[in-house]
Design a protein around this ligand. Structure first.
Ligand code: MN
Ligand code: MN
Length: 280
């Protein structure tokens, strides 16, 4: 009887050990540790305060290059997969980002008021709906650009919706969104800046979307047949409603911005995928 008890006990211990060993191989959700710059840092932004116009800000939800002279980001980069998508409602808590160095101008939630431009998200609210913290992070004014309402609410928004429709348990994306040029046309007409020049109004909004099967070591999994969508659209009320007419190549956006996108991908693969224009 005593011998049987020991055997049952031994089987119990062995079972637990096997269970623990199998858990070790399970992929763990590491959302906070995701490298939003896995495919590269397009402008070599740094966290040095003196680099005020290409200032790297790293959040768990996205990473950006901030431009203090312009009062908005140069670009925002984020990874998107199903683990970021949940039921959290839009928080609408637009606010200054107090994480900016004190020497920087902090755009306030009302700085765009009456300008005829929307507080347009670069990383969309709807891409960060897993938690209140994640959604709130998209409402820092550092993630906003003065965006023509017709661009923000229609063309840009429909590309955001389309991108989310491509995300599934088996597909993820890396997205980089940004701006260049000065002078946009909002609902009150054209202007170069807001708040007496503290906030530059960009002329163009662009976005690059890289679609990958879910997996690890992402830069190494980009191939010459990886789908890449790149768009470059006017920050204007005259914008076409169809984002597809603004498709372009990554090379073209590199040329106008001076950035190098997807720099962690081998140069031979970059040269193929960056010269194509998506037509799916
Ligand atoms: Mn928007
Ligand atoms: Mn490149």
């Amino acid at each position: 009887m005593k011998k049987n008890l020991i055997t049952i006990f031994q089987i119990f211990i062995l079972g637990n050990l096997l269970f623990l060993m199998s858990c070790k191989d399970e992929p763990k959700p590491e959302q906070g540790a995701i490298d939003h710059l896995a495919l590269g840092n397009p402008s070599n932004a740094t966290t040095n305060e003196s680099n005020a116009n290409n200032y790297l800000m790293v959040l768990p939800q996205y990473v950006m290059s901030y431009n203090n002279s312009k009062g908005h980001a140069n670009w925002v980069s984020w990874q998107l997969d199903n683990s970021w998508l949940g039921q959290t409602p839009r928080q609408d808590n637009f606010r200054s980002n107090t994480a900016l160095p004190v020497s920087f101008y902090r755009v306030t939630s009302t700085d765009y008021s009456g300008s005829g431009f929307d507080r347009g998200h670069l990383c969309p609210s709807a891409d960060r709906t897993k938690s209140i913290d994640d959604n709130s992070a998209t409402f820092f004014m550092t993630n906003m650009i003065p965006q023509a309402p017709r661009n923000n609410q229609n063309t840009w928004a429909s590309l955001e919706d389309y991108t989310r429709s491509l995300i599934s348990p088996t597909f993820e994306a890396y997205i980089i969104a940004g701006v260049y040029g000065t002078g946009g046309t909002g609902s009150n007409g054209s202007t170069n800046s807001l708040q007496n020049g503290k906030i530059d109004v960009p002329a163009r909004t662009w976005k690059i979307i890289v679609l990958l099967p879910v997996g690890n070591d992402d830069a190494k999994r980009v191939t010459t047949s990886t789908r890449v969508i790149a768009v470059d659209m006017p920050n204007s009320q005259n914008i076409d409603l169809d984002w597809r007419v603004y498709r372009t190549s990554v090379d073209a956006i590199e040329q106008v911005t001076g950035y190098d996108f997807l720099s962690n991908v081998s140069t031979s693969i970059q040269s193929v995928i960056e010269s194509k224009v998506d037509n799916q």
